[in-house]
Design a protein around this ligand. Structure first.
Ligand SMILES: Cc1cc2nc3c(=O)[nH]c(=O)nc-3n(C[C@H](O)[C@H](O)[C@H](O)COP(=O)(O)O)c2cc1C
Length: 170
């Protein structure tokens, strides 16, 4: 299966990237094709609400930025993984901008989704999970797993083993 991971962390060698790498290792061990897009370091603006995509644009966004790399990946993905550090109880602004730009296509093709989160503190995932489940409900997609690690577990072999096993279970 074609799996696309959107890593919203602006730190390409950070905690979230390490978790994503473990997931990728597990999924690739079972023959899945995994593309990781480091959207946290790309130049991607938030949706401007101009409605060009739903009028003259016919599904294309008017903004010319690094979403040009993300849209084709979204169109092909059978599974989409959102990966993010918690930033003030939400996704990073970078990943939130990407999610706002889903509006142009309305419904990303992938019908299987997962969420990988890292944070400093425990119990800070409520808003992100609510958004995630709201999206899945809206586009009629299936949640395959939510994995969230706070400062006590982040970066541990236990965490890596869990997401590696998740990837290998797909
Ligand atoms: C701007 C900013 C906001 C953060 N907000 C929270 C937060 O609300 N709750 C929390 O538990 N950790 C918070 N953290 C900690 C990060 O979520 C945590 O260190 C994460 O593992 C960093 O991931 P990364 O290494 O992939 O960037 C914040 C960190 C930063 C830099």
């Amino acid at each position: 299966m074609k799996i696309v991971v959107l890593n919203g962390s602006p730190r390409p060698k950070g905690n979230t990237a390490a978790l994503v790498a473990a997931f990728q290792e597990g999924a690739e061990s079972k023959g899945h094709q995994v593309s990781v897009l480091q959207v946290g370091t790309m130049k991607i603006g938030g949706c401007k609400g101009c409605e060009y995509c739903h009028t003259k644009g016919n599904g294309a966004c008017i903004q010319k930025d690094d979403m040009a790399e993300v849209y084709p990946a979204l169109a092909e993905a059978e599974m989409l993984v959102l990966a993010s550090p918690v930033y003030y109880f939400g996704l990073t602004g970078q990943l939130q901008s990407v999610v706002s730009r889903f509006y142009a296509v309305m419904s990303p093709a992938a019908k299987k989704w997962a969420l990988l989160l890292t944070s400093g503190s425990p119990n800070v995932y409520g808003a992100i999970e609510a958004q995630y489940r709201g999206i899945l409900n809206f586009i009629q997609a299936e949640d395959l797993g939510v994995f969230a690690y706070d400062g006590k577990k982040v970066g541990t072999e236990e965490a890596f083993a869990e997401v590696r096993a998740f990837g290998a279970s797909l």
